[in-house]
Design a protein around this ligand. Sequence first.
Ligand SMILES: Cc1ncc(COP(=O)(O)O)c(C=O)c1O
Length: 398
Amino acid sequence: MIPYGKQEITEDDIAAVVATLKSDFLTQGPKIKEFEDAFASYIGCKYAVAVANGTAALHLCALALDVQQGDKIITSPITFAASANCVRYCGGDVVFADIDPNTFLLNIKAVEQLLVAAPKGTYKGIIPVDFGGRAVDLEVFRKLADQHGVWIIEDACHAPGGFFIDSKGSKQQCGNGNFADLAIFSFHPVKHIAAGEGGMITTNDKVLYEKLLMLRTHGITRSPEQFKNSIAFAAGEPSATSYPRWYMEMQELGFNYRLTDFQAALGASQLQRAHAMLEKRLQIAKRYDEAFSNERNIKCQLLELGRNPSGHAYHLYVIHVQDRLGLYEHLTTKGIIPQIHYIPCHLMPYYRQLGWKEGDLPKAEAYYKTCLSLPMYPALADNEQQLVIDTIVEYVGK
Ligand SMILES: Cc1ncc(COP(=O)(O)O)c(C=O)c1O
């Protein structure tokens, strides 16, 4: 079986996990901070907060940015449901804006139309998604967001190591916090860095960082400088002059969204190979590009994107074919299991019952009809990729 995505686990990864299992801490130990620091340095941001998964990361971001009942937040329909659901967890309203048919990313013009048409303050935030691994140009989104007083959460689950080039010609790494208020990543096994389950929030904002640390663990703080109750109360002793060491306070309604230390150890070990694994993804993409470049019936992602392929982190390699269902069935009979990313989120029954319907976002709906994600992961062997290519070309023909 050749799936569309899969983890790569080395002996070093296994040794890192085993060493942590033999240590004093299975959770709340030193591996978390080690992983956070290494990840922050890889991404190029100031702060990183490790959490249980990417969905928890999104939820905590929405809480940290104080999403309230009725707040309107804009996101893309071509994403995993969690990008939108985090708004609903807080009682907010998701407003999907259509995609740009050239990049398949949230179309900034569609976002602008929404923002301009509503009284200021109607919208609270935007959640752009680095879909498939292609970096959103967050510089232009930031400009728009500032004009309308809204925040940005970058969903960078598909794009650790991805980047865009800003207007000054500088490389802006996904999740580096230079433009978005917060960014999130996932360490699900199909993602660039696997930890079983796991997620990370990155930011350059110290206030949000400290809030996230608290929300990740029940809303509890152990930092005396943040305590609200008196020393006398905390110590149970009117003459006490400092907070006792056992003392902690629950100040917010938080969650247990912690990552375990053995997951962090696996994530940190994988992170050491992140560059090499990304290179492998780029090689696989290039090979697909070359193989499909003369195939009239296959629209290939990079060739379609054309202009600035550099900076793409290739979580996914998406092709478009007219007989998508036929090709999908054919591939599965050969043991190749492609995937569809994504069924437009606004047409999921949950969002339909909130009022969304077919025809609302024509570009996203058209995209869905022909998209197919091919096997794309560092451990994909050359002969396996060749089998995928041959099977597709043979079926789709010239
Ligand atoms: C774009 C996107 N956002 C969020 C998530 C949620 O991450 P997780 O599965 O770790 O909860 C995913 C994972 O599939 C994703 O692809």
